[in-house]
Every structure is written in structure tokens, then in C-alpha cells.
Design a protein around this ligand. Structure first.
Ligand code: FEO
Length: 402
């Protein structure tokens, strides 16, 4: 089975999941990989596991690298089941001398697997400041809490200047190539930004601190091997992904507007088109996304990639449309910041949707514009008001006060 040399006898020994399309509710049209790394030295160390069911594929790659040599150490950087699901099976097969993980990982694995299992493997707790010598190379551990679970940890291979940060800097991208410089750059950054939006957006502050901490520690980084997707190994690629994370963690975004809407009888849709026309008239890019027609994980990426967004909903039974409710529930968990936002929509008699959407946007702490409603079908003056709303939000995006 093919395995890939990352550098200095550090091998990619992960598994490719070509078919996964729903990753705990995150749509993954390009599949994913579960990356793990085998470091061959006087001692052999395996960093990270994979999802249940992918253990045999990974084990075949491990054995392809080290033959019958024992795997002496296993490092568990993160315990979410896409990385830990196969670990009991892998440990039974590899029988490493020692297993290392963070304090939080050890505590949680007692719940996730069992207290007896944790005791059986006598998990060794490591964290920032701890090192493990493999002979010629040293593993350095860095606690990374909330990137993106409390247990998350990075492993840094000092002499090889290689960072293995588990979920950070990843992408859900199954590919026959392993390295970021070998894949289509548009696909790569689309998946990297979608991954950040859906997995890491709520943790902007810890991510910004971690980027600062890496700089303070003076870590030289010549390769980044995330736990999903392509491996970053060129100076340009590493600089691009770190700079992207810095910008995303500070909620920087292009001068763009996104309109998320749904519609019953095309009234809210007509309002949407008039708003888009107003945004475009100001020379600002505008994306239009009907919520029934677009995957939720892509909508999250659009929130990351715009300075302002509006949410349009018809009123159904005195409430917002169900797809709009689902979108807002998801976005609320991702905690976007530094965005201009607003609501609009059509109603027949009692109304209710705009008020609910407006309240949700205000609860997020965004810079919220007044709602814009119309009754039944938008008339000429309604459409003019929509057009003006588009121009107003576009001017705000450009930094002009309306
Ligand atoms: Fe890839 Fe948090 O698991």
C-alpha cells in the first residue's frame, strides 16, 4: 500500500475516505483523509490514529514503512472519533511500549472508551514543555486547548522542523496527492476556508493566541502535517495558510456582501434580487444563496468570507421559515464577529419572521441594520427600498456611513 515520505523519515501513514459526504452534519463533497504520521528513528513513533473502520488501511501503511520493527510510541493529539475511533484496534495490533496524550485527553478517554482501557494502556500525560527523544529527533508537545476540543494538542518534531497540529490547518479533501503544492489551489483554499468556518470559527481568540505563541516559541516550521487533507511543505504554502488563519481568527474578510434567504411564493426572492442589484450598483461583490439550494457548511464559509450579510425570510405561521431557523441555529454556534448584518422578508398579515431573525442577529452581537419588511408581493416602492438597503449595506462594507 502506498505511503508517502513527508521528510527526514517522517511518513504519512493515514487513510483516505473518498466517500464520506456528511461529517457530523458538515457536507464534505470532496471526501476527506485521516492523516497519521510515522517517525522512524532509534525509536519509532506513530502520531495520531484514524476513524473506526480505517485501521487496517493505516496499519498496512505503517507496516509498509517499518516492517516487523515495533512501533515503540503512540501519540494521541486529539480524541474526536475521527482520530480515536480506531485507536483501540491499532493499539491491540501495534502493542506500543508507551502511549502519550494530553491531560484532558486522558480524562475524556475514560468516558469515551472506558476507565479500564485507560488503565490498561497506562496513558502518559504530556503537555507544553514536555519532550520525548526518539534518538536523533525529539518530539515537543504543545497544549492547544479549544483548537478545537479541550484535549487538543500539537506535536512538533524539533530537528525536522515539522508541526503535526492535528485538526488545525486541515481541509476535508480526499486526493491521490498528499501535498498542498500538488493539488488545485482553488479547491485547496476553498476546502481550507470551509474547514476553518465550520470547525474553528468559534475559537478565533485561542487560535490567534496560538499563532502568537508559535511565534514567541520561535518554532521554525518547514512542514505542517494536519490530520485532514493536504500537507503543507513549501514556504509559500505554509505562509499562506498561517496568514489565512491569522486573518480568519481576527474575522477579517473581503469587501463582500452575502444574501441568505428562502422564499414561499417568490416575494422574499424578489426582495433579494432588488437588494443584490443595489449592492452591485455600489461596485461591491454580492453572493446570493437560497438556503434550500445550498449546503449549510458552504453557507458557513460564506459568512467567513463576507464583511456583511442579510438574512431574508418569509413569515410562515408567525415565525421565520424553517430553513432560515436551521441556518441561524448553525451560525449562532459558530459565533461570527465583526460583521454587519440585517433581516428582510415578506409577510401576509401578522408577520413575525423579521422580528425573530433580527433578535437572533442582535444576540450574536453583530452590527445590525433595521429590518425591512413588505406585505404579500413587493410593490415598486418596496423594491426601491430593497435596492436602497443593498446600496446602504454596500456603502457600509466600503467603510462609508450611509
Ligand atoms: Fe478531525 Fe476534531 O476531529
Amino acid at each position: 500500500m502506498e505511503r508517502y515520505l513527508l521528510r527526514d523519515d517522517i511518513w504519512w501513514v493515514g487513510a483516505i475516505d473518498w466517500d464520506v459526504r456528511d461529517f457530523h452534519g458538515y457536507e464534505t463533497p470532496r471526501g476527506t483523509t485521516y492523516n497519521a504520521y510515522l517517525i522512524m528513528d532509534d525509536k519509532v513513533a506513530l502520531v495520531d490514529g484514524c476513524r473506526d473502520g480505517f485501521g487496517p488501511e493505516m496499519l498496512a501503511r505503517v507496516r509498509g514503512c517499518c516492517g516487523i520493527r515495533p512501533v515503540d510510541y503512540m501519540v494521541i493529539n486529539h480524541i474526536e472519533p475521527d482520530h480515536s475511533g480506531a485507536i483501540p484496534w491499532l493499539l491491540d495490533n501495534l502493542r506500543p511500549e508507551k502511549v502519550f496524550c494530553s491531560k484532558r485527553a486522558k480524562e475524556a478517554l475514560a468516558f469515551m472508551i472506558s476507565p479500564e482501557w485507560v488503565k490498561q494502556w497506562d496513558l502518559q500525560v504530556v503537555g507544553t514543555g514536555d519532550e520525548l527523544s526518539l534518538g536523533h529527533r525529539t518530539l515537543q508537545f504543545i497544549d492547544a486547548p479549544m483548537l478545537h476540543w479541550p484535549d487538543s494538542m500539537f506535536t512538533y518534531v524539533k530537528e525536522s522542523k515539522t508541526l503535526l497540529p492535528n485538526d488545525a490547518f486541515g481541509q476535508h479533501l480526499a486526493h491521490s496527492r498528499r501535498f498542498a503544492d500538488e493539488v488545485d489551489q482553488g479547491d485547496l483554499m476553498e476546502e481550507a476556508s470551509k474547514y476553518y468556518a465550520n470547525i474553528l470559527m468559534p475559537f478565533g481568540s485561542p487560535i490567534a493566541k496560538m499563532i502568537d505563541k508559535i511565534a514567541e516559541m520561535g518554532l521554525e516550521i518547514e512542514a505542517i502535517g494536519p490530520s485532514h487533507g493536504a500537507i503543507w511543505r513549501t514556504p509559500e504554502g505554509i505562509a499562506k495558510i498561517i496568514e489565512s488563519y491569522r486573518a480568519w481568527s481576527h474575522f477579517e474578510a473581503p469587501e463582500r456582501v452575502a444574501l441568505f434567504y428562502d422564499t414561499m411564493w417568490h416575494a422574499t426572492e424578489r426582495m433579494t434580487m432588488a437588494i443584490e442589484d443595489g449592492v452591485a450598483q455600489e461596485g461591491v461583490e454580492c453572493g446570493v444563496y437560497r438556503l434550500t439550494a445550498n449546503p449549510r457548511s458552504e453557507m458557513a464559509r460564506q459568512v467567513l468570507q463576507c464583511k456583511a450579510f442579510l438574512v431574508g425570510s418569509p413569515t410562515l405561521n408567525q415565525a421565520m421559515f424553517p430553513t432560515v431557523g436551521g441556518f441561524l441555529t448553525y451560525i449562532k454556534g459558530l459565533k461570527p464577529k465583526k460583521r454587519i448584518a440585517g433581516s428582510y422578508g415578506s409577510y401576509g398579515w401578522g408577520g413575525g419572521a423579521c422580528k425573530q431573525v433580527d433578535a437572533e442577529l442582535r444576540a450574536l452581537g453583530l452590527d445590525v441594520l433595521d429590518p425591512l419588511e413588505c406585505r404579500y408581493m413587493p410593490q415598486m416602492d418596496d423594491l426601491e427600498a430593497c435596492h436602497e438597503l443593498g446600496r446602504t449595506i454596500a456603502r457600509r462594507v466600503k467603510g462609508e456611513r450611509a
